[in-house]
Write a protein that binds this ligand. Sequence first.
Ligand code: FE2
Length: 366
Amino acid sequence: MSQTPDHDTVTHGMAPEDSADLRALYKGFEDNHLNPLWTQTGDLMPMHPKSQAVPHVWKWSTLLPLAEESGRLVPVGRGGERRAIGLANPGLGGKAYVSPTLWAAIQYLGPRETAPEHRHAQNAFRFVVEGQGVWTVVNGDPVRMSRGDLLLTPGWCFHGHHNDTDEPMAWIDGLDIPFSQQMDVGFFEFGSDRVTDYATPNFSRGERLWCHPGLRPLSQLQNTVASPIGAYRWDVTDRALTEQLLLEDEGHPATVEQGHAAIRYVNPTTGGDVMPTIRCEFHRLREGTDTATRREVGSTVFQVFDGEGVVVLNGETHRLTKGDMFVIPSWIPWSLQAETRFDLFRFSDAPIMERLNFMRTKVDVE
Ligand SMILES: [Fe+2]
């Protein structure tokens, strides 16, 4: 079988002989802020994505106590804005980037605390793995945050959070901060020091208008780039996944692979992703299910919502339990194995990769 040549094995037709003139030429490049392609083709145009980010797992049993200690030592308020602790990919030089495009953080709000309102070009969401009692106020609409809910704060929406209880609460944030920084598209504006509405309704106005399956209000026929739904509730997600597995039991097509139910959260005005840069999904594996091994262009982050299992990242096995988070950089092979029923929340930069036509997916055939 013939092997496809790569940068290391191909015969170089551009290897010049060393000479004083050549060294002077290269010095001329350097002095004039120039850099020739032929010395670095393999770095600039790899045969396949070779991310500087590395696969990594953060344990909830490590994250939560550090967030709690931050709650004890660091006040929340204007300037710092949020008591959020970013997951820093070990391959990205200490920056609080979980991947080249994505930010992931654990955020902590103590009893009765308020995180002031602001807005930014970056798109954001929250996902709640445990706890309740905080309302996030998005463009003046108070949105309850409870276990299993996905809450959206699309770019340029004002938002602040307040804890209405005597108990602290922690959740995860996902944003497109690294992508926005690399692209130089960031804008930011301070808002009210207090949230603009301290009401604590069970359902936000956005949910009351939009969250009726298959029904669209006739007053809202304009499509929007981000979803108008502020909260995707756990009971609905759970029911959708339960039904997929029941339908599979009954012999009907419903799951993505045997024992693997999954949903994508969507913008009801377009049927596309909830925000222009971030895809959100939820996956449920039956006990004993092994997924296929996949690789994809772009990066993705998972958080275990419930259950126990294993992720194999680039051939390395990691045990996982509730709250644990892990990142899969571009083109790293991964698979999941469920030891119990295994529920996982997932987000990724797939909308960027798909929109720009860079997306590729490879599923290993056993
Ligand atoms: Fe924010």
